[in-house]
Write a protein that binds this ligand. Structure first.
Ligand SMILES: Nc1ncnc2c1ncn2[C@@H]1O[C@H](COP(=O)(O)OP(=O)(O)OP(=O)(O)O)[C@@H](O)[C@H]1O
Length: 796
């Protein structure tokens, strides 16, 4: 039933105006390449001289007088540094293989002059030939590229100057291996075919905010693959995207350095792309402040870590820490060297997990800290009574109210101890010191705080009652208070036995008491402990220094809990420069207390910011997005509708058993791999065991280049990944086949809606659903009815 691919038609010659554009772009690239070549030759020339200069210098050093040595050694070092750069011209500022991606021709109003500006990843100054390349991160000119269309008049303020003029030409180009491969202009798009001639693509290419209708791509039924040629990129990570950034995305990328930028948008709208470009942009604006080592990118899973680590260097930034929250938090706890039990429970009740992730814990921590401060003040007042100088001590304590408790206690003590001239009588001072020293001792004991916070049922009940009265049922509260109470008791006992051990150690002779084994905390306690430390000490301190980042990116923020977001954000430096990206339709963690963006900002202690969602999806087609929205059902917010390009229809194929499905799929996949060897395909099941079963069956069906992915170990290469839905979050494939969207796998519940939405929106070109069983209610009936083998489905 799988039909052959249609043969690709021969390219007709280009029309005159089209040919003129192609010729013009080819001419520009030729001039740029010649200039780069000249630069390269100058350097090669320099290098040829280098060997003889070094030999001469070495001889001179051997016979030089003592006083001449330093300057000769200096010269030697300089030559050695030049020598280290010797080679292929790798260190040329502009990459000769890919020197630019955008072309603007501007007519400047004031000078009346016309000039060509190319936009690239590095700068090449105009050397009098009227050609310059500008780094895209260099706002003044690149802003014109990203914000204006061809024929637009521009008017922009730069450094107190106004520049005005007209954009005569605006094109994006793809140059790779020093060859022009594609041109996109308002007049059309053109590509260089493998045979070397140029073919017009018409206006098919990009979705725009103005919408854009066109006929869906026509492909025969049962035919997986929509490209007539292969997709050209074997490595799926390195897409040239900087040229295509749209105006809304550019505005987010270039927002002021300080404060929160919230990137919200549906699947494939470019959230991750924007966040990464923002990191590159900031690094360019202020390379000292936003040095790679001072920025942090937190993503949802290991596959995204791997993906981003590869993409960032192509944006000109290397060395930024890219990690998942879990990994970051584990490493941070280690560095904080806390004396806490190391093991985590594997049987934490669901209600406890939800409670420990709930924003109510943030409020309870704040209350605990406030209570401690009130207690110490009460103790001061009681101890000092109406002694002389008491009022002065209390007033000083109150004047430090803005400081975090730990620092406040230290400062107040120092003030007392160093007090010579203030005439506070010694007895008053001693009494105040007693209270403050006691506080000072307990203020940094994070585990004691944790016991205090979670060990008393009354505190938990009161906290929930005050801040989230409807969040937990009475039964759940009983489970929570019992579980936490037991944990706290075990922790206290463990600490006592540790103290006894210490005493025994000092007093060797006595009988050894039975050692209590370390209790288990819950994984969710890591964030609780870190938040407690931050609230008490004003930050996470390592070797006496506050640990902080100049910029933090949180991707897929809807899947962190507000407490984790709060912990991360409190490691941002004073400017609070943070980028938060996410999409509430793609929720994968369902017990984390995330409700909506304004609420998340509130819980995380951030000011509200205007949210302008990205409106265009660049990944998936209109047909895929329609299905993905249908799957969301009541969770779909019409305000989140996305504009998408047209593409192949979504197809549903029903079978009575897996064997039949595998036979059908095997043929389609073998065929696809032959026609489009660089295509990437994801076959997505609901559960890992199902992925294993399909993988084995397809392997026996001799489908080539199959990979089973169970632990996020995607290769980002062409071929076929068989995997389960939890693995694919944030990723992208050319083709996606959802395997067995059955009632059992995807019941009509919110969690399943989110998961199926994520699976379906991973494809850039075409989506199939292949089902051996009764289809889920989330699959549109119309799609099932239209299915070519509807008869088979009905008989299931
Ligand atoms: N302006 C653009 N023009 C063309 N393609 C773009 C543009 N912006 C992003 N893309 C491409 O769209 C795809 C989706 O981008 P990205 O992964 O950043 O989206 P996302 O919103 O993070 O997606 P998701 O939420 O589904 O993980 C990528 O292939 C990216 O290269």
């Amino acid at each position: 039933m799988v039909s052959e691919a249609p043969p690709s038609p021969p390219s007709p010659p280009l029309a005159g105006p089209d040919q003129a554009i192609v010729d013009e772009e080819l001419g520009i690239l030729e001039r740029v390449s010649a200039r780069i070549q000249r630069q390269l030759e100058t350097e090669v020339h320099q290098f040829e001289d280098l060997d003889s200069q070094m030999i001469e210098l070495r001889d001179e050093i051997a016979s030089a007088k003592e006083e001449d040595l330093p300057s000769l050694m200096d010269q030697m070092h300089q030559l050695a540094a030049l020598n280290a750069k010797r080679g292929s011209g790798r260190d040329l500022p502009v990459d000769p293989n890919n020197p630019y991606f955008g072309h603007l021709r501007l007519r400047e109003a004031r000078a009346g002059k016309q000039r060509d500006v190319l936009i690239g990843k590095r700068t090449m100054l105009d050397s009098g030939d009227g050609l310059a390349i500008v780094d895209w991160r260099n706002a003044p000119v690149s802003r014109l590229y990203y914000r204006y269309d061809e024929t637009d008049e521009y008017d922009e303020e730069f450094d107190d100057r106004t520049i005005e003029g007209t954009v005569l030409v605006r094109r994006s180009v793809v140059v790779s291996s020093a060859q022009l491969r594609r041109i996109d202009a308002p007049q059309g798009s053109w590509v260089r075919t493998r045979s070397g001639d140029w073919r017009a693509l018409g206006h098919e290419a990009r979705p725009t905010l103005a919408g854009g209708t066109g006929a869906a791509v026509r492909i025969p039924r049962g035919h997986l693959g929509v490209q007539t040629e292969d997709l050209g990129r074997a490595d799926k990570r390195l897409q040239e995207i900087t040229a295509l950034i749209d105006k809304e995305q550019f505005d987010l990328i270039t927002k002021p350095e300080s404060g929160v930028v919230l990137i919200q948008g549906g699947a494939g709208s470019g959230k991750t792309t924007v966040a990464l470009h923002r990191v590159a942009y900031l690094a360019f604006q202020d390379h000292r402040r936003f040095a790679p080592g001072r920025m942090l990118i937190v993503v949802f899973n290991e596959a995204l870590v791997e993906y981003i680590r590869h993409v960032l260097p192509s944006l000109g930034v290397e060395g930024v820490t890219v990690t998942t929250y879990r990994r970051w938090s584990a490493a941070m706890l280690k560095r904080l060297r806390l004396d806490i039990p190391a093991r985590r429970s594997e049987s934490t009740p669901e209600a406890v997990v939800r409670f420990k992730k709930h924003p109510v814990v943030i409020a309870m921590i704040d209350e605990l800290v406030a209570e401690d401060l009130r207690n110490v003040e009460t103790s001061l007042v009681e101890r000092l009574g109406d002694r002389p100088g008491a009022a002065e001590v209390i007033a000083h304590w109150r004047s430090l109210a803005k400081l975090p408790p730990s620092i406040r206690a230290r400062r107040a003590l120092r003030w007392l101890v160093e007090d010579e001239g203030r005439a506070i009588p010694a007895k008053t001072r001693a009494a105040a010191e007693t209270s403050l020293r006691a506080f000072r001792e307990e203020v940094d004991d994070v585990l004691a705080d944790w016991v205090e916070l979670l060990g008393e049922p009354a505190r938990i009940r009161a906290g929930v009652q005050r801040h989230a009265p409807d969040a937990f049922s009475d039964n759940e509260l009983t489970t929570i208070t019992r579980w936490c109470g037991k944990q706290a008791a075990a922790v206290s006992e463990w600490r006592e036995s540790q103290d006894e051990d210490l005493r025994d150690h000092n007093d060797d002779d006595g009988p050894k008491p039975k050692r209590s084994s370390p209790p288990r905390l819950d994984s969710e306690d890591d964030a609780v402990l870190m938040r407690l430390i931050q609230a008490k000490r004003g930050g996470l301190f390592i070797k006496g220094k506050r640990f902080e980042y100049e910029h933090i990116v949180i991707d897929e923020a809807q899947d962190l809990c507000p407490l984790e977001v709060r912990v991360l954000l409190d490691t941002a430096s004073a400017g609070r420069s943070v980028t938060i990206a996410g999409d509430k339709a793609q929720k994968m963690i369902f017990d984390n207390g995330f409700v909506d963006w304004p609420q998340l900002l509130d819980d995380a202690g951030l000011p509200h910011v205007a949210i302008q969602p990205l409106k265009i999806t660049y990944r998936s087609t209109r047909q895929v997005m329609a299905l993905a929205q249908h799957v969301l059902g009541h969770l779909h917010d019409p305000d989140d509708d996305l504009i998408a390009r047209d593409g192949a229809p979504v197809s549903y194929f029903g079978f009575s058993d897996m064997g039949e499905a595998v036979a059908f799929l095997g043929e389609a996949l073998r065929n696809l791999m032959q026609r489009e060897p660089t295509a990437s395909v994801a076959l997505i099941t609901r559960y890992p065991q199902q992925a294993e079963a399909y993988y084995e069956a397809l392997r026996i069906a001799e489908v080539p280049r199959l990979r089973l992915v169970a632990r996020q170990d995607f290769t980002f290469l062409s071929g076929i990944d068989v995997t389960d839905v939890r693995q694919v979050k944030g990723l992208e494939f050319d083709y996606v086949v959802v395997l067995d969207p059955t009632r059992q796998n995807y019941p009509a519940r919110d969690e399943a809606r989110h998961l199926l939405h994520i699976a379906t929106t991973r494809t850039a070109y075409q989506l199939w659903m292949v089902c051996s069983g009764e289809p889920s209610k989330l699959v549109p009936q119309k799609l099932i009815d239209e299915s070519a083998n509807a008869e088979v489905v009905k008989s299931v």
